[in-house]
Design a protein around this ligand. Structure first.
Ligand code: SAJ
Length: 418
């Protein structure tokens, strides 16, 4: 089939290349010309798509990239994989709206539009369909539509492959569901049809709210356990020996990324907007997680005080600045808040992260240095925020005069853990 994937980020590009590999003729559409030029040149900027894979589907013509909306004409299926950010707690669906107008202009009877972007329940039927009808002149039903949430865990393909992750599918009517299920069944080993788009939209939010709330609970427990003098890490390991009814989460310096801190707030906004009631778990979890960077700085200040060193004027090295272990993404990373607080207290702060792509350090609020013995020795304190696999933990233990370890990876007389 002729497939358009609108939005060529880590979700859209991964889907587009897989769809091309299984035989569809795929057009990767994005408004970012720089991205389109990189793709056309065979340069992948997405962790789960190699440039070799990209070049292979470019060479056969199965995949091509464009920023030209006119090129979209004639699609059988169009998948929307654009960002849905929160702006001051309010969902910004403007990228979906713009994309829907572009796709609507080329929507033909019998063609399908699938929304994958994470959003609150009701978006497909209350926002997407009216725009598609208005811009195409067709009625929903003449064209097909549905929602199918993305479930990509960036950089985690060793645990779950892209096509090995079950894919939820939904449609506005039976024909839509059948067509959309058929499309994804050609790409994913398992497709899971649900009764309607709102169920699929809510399911996605349940998945990530579950994580967000449980991480916040373990974060709060970590602060209590530290004050009680109980090793939270050993207690979690002990609890995790329970083979049923338990999912292991670990404390950290905060919850970053553009999924977990964002997705639950879609539900929170919808509940308040439509029902006038708060989604209390999301609000509480956000509050706890948001305070973790401040907690880390408080613990560090206490440790430095004990060593007769005020934070002000201390040289502090932050290890692991991206939002999660082994990730390259800096979005919503707790490291930025930790750095901001330390700088406000007068510390001389540096950062080290081998995962940050060259040139991305412009988004940092601290100078980037190498995680080497000299930097460790020259620091008054080192904070292990993200325990990237590329860090030499033994070297850190050996050369850092003091380490505040947020990941329980280090040991020694100079190490304290969160
Ligand atoms: N975090 C903790 N403790 C934990 C787990 C995570 O502090 O026990 C922190 C991480 O350091 C990070 C944040 O939470 O700052 C989010 O971590 P995450 O493991 O949830 O990673 P994300 O945000 O990339 O979540 C994505 C989600 N995937 C999709 O939405 C499709 C999530 O559902 C996946 O479970 C997750 O990847 C994954 O498992 O990699």
């Amino acid at each position: 089939m002729d497939v358009v994937v609108a939005g060529q980020g880590y979700v859209g590009l991964t889907l587009a290349v897989r769809a091309a590999e299984v035989g569809h003729r795929v057009l990767g559409y994005d408004v970012d010309l720089h991205r389109i030029n990189q793709l056309t040149a065979g340069e992948s900027y997405v962790e789960d798509v190699t440039s070799t894979q990209l070049r292979a589907v470019l060479d056969t013509g199965a995949y091509s990239a464009t920023a030209d909306a006119a090129a979209l004409a004639g699609y059988d299926i169009a998948v929307i994989t654009v960002p849905t950010p929160l702006r001051d707690g309010v969902p910004d669906l403007s990228y979906i709206e713009t994309c829907a107008r572009t796709l609507g202009a080329h929507l033909r009877p019998g063609a399908a539009v699938v929304l994958e972007s994470t959003t609150y329940p009701g978006t497909t039927e209350e926002l997407l369909l009216p725009i598609l009808e208005e811009t195409s002149g067709l009625k929903a039903g003449d064209f097909l539509a549905g929602f199918s949430p993305e479930r990509i865990a960036p950089g985690n393909k060793k645990r779950w492959s892209f096509d090995g992750t079950p894919k939820l599918v939904s449609g506005i009517d039976a024909k839509s569901l059948d067509t959309i299920k058929g499309f994804y069944a050609g790409i994913f080993r398992t497709t899971v049809p649900v009764s309607g788009t709102k169920v699929a939209e809510l399911a996605k939010l349940i998945e990530n709210t579950f994580r967000f709330v449980n991480i916040s609970m373990i974060n709060e427990l970590a602060t209590l356990a530290a004050a009680l003098g109980v090793d939270i890490w050993e207690a979690i390991d002990a609890a995790a020996t329970k083979p049923f009814g338990f999912t292991r989460f670990t404390p950290g310096p905060g919850v970053g990324g553009h999924c977990l801190p964002v997705d639950p707030m879609f539900l929170s906004w919808k509940a308040q907007e439509e029902l006038g009631v708060p989604f209390r778990f999301a609000e509480l979890a956000a509050d706890v997680n948001r305070q973790m960077p401040d907690y880390v700085v408080r613990r560090l200040a206490e440790a430095l005080d004990k060593r007769g060193r005020p934070v002000s004027g201390s040289r502090i090295l932050l290890l692991g600045l991206t939002y999660k272990i082994n990730a390259t993404d800096l979005r919503e990373s707790p490291s930025a808040r930790v750095a901001e607080l330390l700088i406000s207290l007068g510390a001389d702060v540096r950062g080290a992260d081998p995962n940050i792509p060259d040139g991305d350090d412009t988004k940092l609020n601290v100078p980037l240095v190498d995680a080497n013995a000299e930097e460790m020795t020259a620091s008054d304190a080192v904070v292990l925020l993200m325990d990237h696999a590329r860090f030499d933990l033994a070297m850190i233990e050996k050369h850092a005069p003091y380490v505040f370890d947020c990941r329980n990876r280090l040991s020694g007389p100079n190490v304290e853990t969160l």
